[in-house]
Design a protein around this ligand. Structure first.
Ligand SMILES: *Cc1c(COP(=O)(O)O)cnc(C)c1O
Length: 483
């Protein structure tokens, strides 16, 4: 090793050594507190000591999201271009809270959000040239909170502040938990949060008839439907709500229509997936997360709105100490009026660098490769009759489960699949996660890490099969012992 001999072989960083992860990971959870001092040092410390601590005490306590064997949740991509953009952002450290505080920061954000809108073929209403436009928020959760508050204020402006208790929010039971959080912050409680049940018959998308019915029941009860969140690529199963049919209902009832495409939005830069966004003409706000699956290092969630004035009405403050000619003349965008915090990082740099250094064509290829790998994984699952595919694989998420061979627990394989997932993840050879849909325990295999190749898919499947075999054999053995 050419490290000048400072680090012994044993101390070398091995971020993917699964034995080390298992051994240290568990100990770390319990003992991290004991490993580190309980107060910051009074005097500066030696850099090498800090680095050694990162290697020995921090890295073993991490989940390796960039590993090619990471198939959990949804991906959190990192890339060289994204990293370089982060470096410049961090090095310059400009705080672009209003236009005048760093004009290029705001201008670049406006330009790249228009670029990305065009790659997604978003309707013109979302471009900066009309009444709408795009902004980078930290996360999809912040985006949904911002638009919910704007929608709430807009309707209360019209009907009066004392009608707050009448406002009703709608979504399917597959919506991301961030909507619930946003409702809690916005003062819309469970009584006024309608969760439309979905099932396999509509592919876990909202059935527009059920939605229409719920809206009418509320109107008859004197309530005011004002906000609907639909999802393209739900977190559990990547299901898709039918935007056109929902859009007709929100339009008829003058409701704010938000679309959350945090994960699957990235796939829609490919023309063959763009149809999942058909109906965006009806939509007031649209969000996707390039920090999930479009090679932008966290954080970068892009939000487009049809009426930027709705955000400014809710979030504009205009204090004396920020007043300036450019803002007063209303010639410029002050992004702090579109978000909750005042300060903001120069995040558009990394989006700009990824789009420029990779180009749209390569990005489409990148997405298609992951979707192909997911289809290959799906084929492997289908070729083993002990398993079943639970939901259609629309993008790069495969939902499957181990079939209950003898349902002693009477739980439709819940315990079995939960055991299997634990056993597989405990091998340290791959990592993935689960969900519950219609009371079923479902294994979610989400392809999308930058380094994942076909061989990782095949190896992962072997591990899954082996662990399934071990669990079945143990089960049979325990039956024989009982007799
Ligand atoms: C991941 C995800 C979110 C949350 O994203 P954050 O940026 O972490 O807030 C919201 N909605 C969907 C559909 C998601 O998949």
């Amino acid at each position: 090793m050419s490290n000048g001999g400072n680090v012994r072989e044993n101390d070398t960083l091995k971020p993917m050594d699964s034995k080390q992860l298992r051994e240290y990971g568990h100990r770390m959870l319990d003992y991290l507190k004991d490993l580190l001092p309980d107060a910051a040092p009074e005097q500066p410390e030696n850099f090498q000591h800090v680095l050694d601590d990162i290697t020995k005490k921090i890295i073993p306590g991490l989940t390796h999201w960039q590993s090619p064997n990471f198939f959990g949740y949804y991906p959190g991509n990192s890339s060289i271009a994204g990293f370089l953009g982060e470096m410049i952002c961090s090095g310059l450290n400009v705080i672009g809270l209003s236009w005048i505080t760093s004009p290029a920061s705001t201008e670049l954000e406006v330009i790249v959000l228009d670029w990305l809108a065009k790659l997604l073929n978003l309707p013109d209403q979302f471009l900066s040239t009309g009444h709408g436009g795009g902004i980078i928020q930290g996360t999809a959760s912040e985006a949904i909170l911002v638009v919910l508050l704007a929608a709430r204020d807009k309707i209360l402006e019209r009907i009066g502040r004392n009608s707050m208790d009448k406002l009703v929010v709608y979504s399917s039971d597959q919506v991301h938990s961030s909507l619930k959080k946003a409702c809690q912050i916005a003062g819309i409680y469970n009584d006024n949060f309608r969760i439309i049940k979905t099932d396999a018959s509509s592919g876990y998308g909202i059935d527009p008839l059920n939605l229409d019915q719920a809206v009418h029941v509320d109107i008859e009860a004197g309530l005011i439907p004002f906000f609907l969140c639909a999802t393209v690529g739900t977190t559990s199963s990547a299901s898709v709500d039918p935007l056109v049919k929902i859009g007709k209902i929100t339009e008829e009832n003058a409701m704010w229509f938000h679309v959350d495409a945090a994960y699957a939005g990235s796939a829609c830069i490919c023309p063959e997936y763009r149809h999942y966004l058909d109906g965006l003409e009806y939509v007031d706000s649209f969000c996707m997360n390039p920090h999930k699956w479009l090679l932008i290092n966290f954080d970068c969630s892009t939000l487009w709105v049809k009426e930027r004035s709705a955000l400014v009405n809710s979030f504009g403050t205009n204090p004396d100490y920020l007043k300036n000619k450019m803002s007063q003349q209303k010639n410029v965008v002050d992004f702090n009026d579109w978000q909750i915090p005042l300060g903001r990082r120069f995040r558009s740099l990394k989006l700009w660098m990824v789009l420029r250094l990779y180009g749209a064509d390569k990005l489409r290829g990148y997405i298609r490769n992951h979707i192909n790998l997911a289809k290959q994984f799906e084929q492997l699952v289908r070729s083993d009759s002990r398993f079943e595919i639970v939901c259609p694989t629309l993008f790069s998420l495969v939902c499957f489960r181990f079939l209950p061979y003898n349902n002693d627990n009477d739980d439709d394989g819940y315990e079995l699949n939960s055991q299997l997932l634990d056993a597989i993840n405990s091998t340290g050879q791959l990592f993935f996660t689960h969900t519950i849909i219609s009371d079923k325990y479902i294994l979610r295999f989400a392809v999308g890490a930058v380094l994942t190749e076909e061989r990782h898919i095949r190896e992962a499947w072997k591990v899954i099969q082996n662990q399934a075999t071990i669990i079945s054999n143990n089960h049979i053995l325990s039956k024989i012992n009982l007799k």
